[in-house]
Design a protein around this ligand. Structure first.
Ligand SMILES: Cc1ncc(COP(=O)(O)O)c(C=O)c1O
Length: 301
């Protein structure tokens, strides 16, 4: 499903580096690190019923990424939350909204790669948009396996949620060329890692199975699935999953903030028949909706 331009986003207000700007004026410097080297980190968050889902978990991951990349002058948690809340209030947004939260290493004194050229501190961007879920969760999606392998920690650690997205974008291009909805990415050993933009789960004999988070992002939604499974007494574990195993799964689904739980109906032309009588996707989706209420941080009035 190709995302469409939403005219409701024409006049949104965006936070850039401590100030609020209308969409047409929200800009960063050509000297900013994200332009110079994709040297930035990000989080995608969703706003439901007047609250931000799993806000602290997203900020925990952002701070871990910032520490790994040795960012300096990082705004503290209260400052980031205030920036998010102020931006949402300026837009009168409280539901059906996706926030792209970006923290760049900031502006450089001259073009170049060296972080020592960054002498102005980091730059926070809060971009909230009216946005429905991005995948067709009713009918499911088709995947193809990409020839592009997901970065392993020895190359670029997927525990850093960074803006160097070309690894994923190359895989997505391959999926687009093949008229698939997304690309399934393998790790360097040929085991399944994740799709280009979501984590992946399979169900076999009522067990919920997902790849180790070695070469995939340790997704917030992924983590929540494992917590839900424990609460619901569903046996769940991480393991190396081969293509043959996933082709023969009883159910397959992807998880992510942008799409919640998305059933996968086909991988490389192999139909996933949803053979599981337990219909874990449906049960977990319902449990996920319940968690939204419990785990959202209210936008202060
Ligand atoms: C590559 C990749 N995998 C998985 C996810 C899903 O993560 P989350 O559940 O934290 O949204 C994302 C979201 O940003 C992603 O970019």
């Amino acid at each position: 499903m190709l995302q469409q331009y939403n005219p409701k986003n024409e006049n949104i207000i965006i936070h850039v580096g401590g100030k609020l700007y209308p969409r047409t004026e929200a800009k960063i410097s050509v000297f900013d690190s994200v332009v110079q080297g994709g040297d930035a980190i990000w989080e995608g968050l969703r706003v439901y019923h007047g609250g931000i889902f799993c806000l602290d978990r997203h900020l925990d991951r952002l701070y871990e990424s910032a520490k790994a990349l040795l960012f300096t002058d990082v705004p503290n948690r209260a400052q980031i939350k205030k920036a998010i809340f102020d931006t949402l209030k300026a837009n009168n947004m409280g539901d059906g909204v996706h926030i792209r939260l970006t923290l760049t290493r900031g502006e450089k004194i001259t073009s170049g790669m060296d972080p020592r050229l960054n002498q102005k501190g980091s730059c926070l961007i809060v971009l909230p948009e009216w946005k429905p879920l991005v995948y067709d969760n009713e009918n499911g999606i088709k995947l193809i396996t990409s020839a592009i392998r997901r970065n392993a920690p020895e190359f670029l650690d997927s525990k850093i949620h960074h803006n160097n997205l070309l690894n994923n974008i190359l895989a997505k291009i391959q999926a687009n060329q093949a008229h698939a909805d997304a690309a399934l990415m393998l790790d360097k050993n040929g085991f399944i890692s994740e799709t280009n933009d979501a984590n992946i789960f399979m169900v076999k004999n009522h067990h919920l199975i997902t790849p180790f988070a070695d070469a995939c992002l340790h997704g917030i939604t992924r983590g929540l699935m494992l917590e839900l499974a424990a609460e619901m007494k569903i046996i769940s574990y991480e393991k190396n999953i081969s293509l043959t195993e996933i082709y023969n799964a009883d159910e397959v689904f992807c998880t992510g903030t942008m799409g919640e739980l998305t059933p996968v109906k086909e991988i490389d032309g192999r139909v996933i028949e949803t053979k599981s009588e337990s219909k874990l996707i449906k049960k977990l989706s319902e449990a996920f909706v319940e968690k939204i209420k419990l785990l959202s941080e209210k936008i202060p009035s």
